[in-house]
Design a protein around this ligand. Sequence first.
Ligand SMILES: [Zn+2]
Length: 467
Amino acid sequence: MIKRSFSEHATQQLLPEHEKAVKVSEADLAKVKRDACPVCDVHMDECHQAGEDFKRLTEELYRLLLVNPIGRKMFSPGRLIVWMKEGVRTPGILLAEGASVKSSAAHPTLHVLEIRTNREIRNDTDLLPFVPAFRKHLTPLPQAKKHISTKTLHVPITDLVCLTKHVTKGVLPDIFGGEGHAKAKEKLHQICRTWNADIWDEMDLGRIKNLAVHDVASKRREAEVKVIKSPAADCKSFLKHYAMCHDQWLIQTHIQQLRQSLSEQNLQLLPDYEQRIQVLKDLSFIDDASRIQLKGKVACEVHSGDELVLTELILENVLADYEPAEIAALLSAFVFQEKTDSVPRLTANLERGMKTIVDLSEKVNAVQTLHQVIQTSEESNDFVSKPRFGLMEVVYEWARGMSFKNITDLTDVLEGTIVRTITRLDETCREVKNAARIIGDPDLYQKMAAAQEMIRRDITAVASLYM
Ligand SMILES: [Zn+2]
């Protein structure tokens, strides 16, 4: 819990940074002045939003196509496509069917022959959705044959904006050299001539009998109609006003995301955070000014088990009364939690230690209950109702040198579980050893080092059989 509280504390400190980011973005937003326009002031926001919807739905559509048996075949070698290369609208030709074998299912890519635009920087026309009605606005492709060049590369499917109905002939593989090279280049020259040709129309998706595909396609059709029928599309400065709207939209979206994450964090953390802080204050892990105290520092060393109870155990100096093997046995309660029918036979000393752990956990629990800290069952410090002490005898005997075969006769707990518990216990012993260093307790430090030696024995050899 203490780690949780402190990491939450770190998040809290991040909040002002977050708020600053919102302020900066808001300042940016104020700088983006949109020219007043009688048409666009009224209609552009809606038009632009529909354009963004169209882009998003296109991405969704192509993802669906790629996993559909018939759709996948539409990604066929030679097919002309349009994609966004770092925001610049770029034509290309598919080199292989479906997604590239090199890509993953989560991030599919296409193997593409890029027809280079010779533009490095995007312009206003690149912001438009790729719908037939807007092709007249697009920046022309290279017109001189000597300016036409290609490159092969992998394109993320998310950058694809149009799978056209046009399958090129005579380009592949001739463009890579040989007799047909000049002819292939001539073909590319023709493709580049104009955006106003039906080769750029999207391929017909009617053959796909898939509800999800049709659902997305029809939503996308609606978005397209909304964009092109918008009165804003007839504005004389359409491109410029669309771009200004886009800038504004980008910043607004950014602010919204920041706001959202801010409020989510606040909602999740704040009430519980205050309560947890109160618990840490009551138990003196931190002082009234939330400064971390020695106890808190010790608790930060503990990563396995219940750090609050374990810290109490260390700082109440409980372990001083016990031998290393006994300490190992007692600490097993912090790493073991499983039902067992075997009742461990414990020495009077260990019985006493067990009772002390239960008392300490009840003390910690009482404070948490007082402050109504909600605990997940995983982080609960409950040592009474949960079977935590079931491996004490096993660990005690193991530490005292009994063979692994013999200790398995002491319990019905599975051998693999025993090995895991001892391995985790080694880690807990190391943490308590570090804690001893922090509080300056050389005796405890020595004991923990000894306990580690004793339980480690040949457990790594045994472990290899079970893990
Ligand atoms: Zn306008």
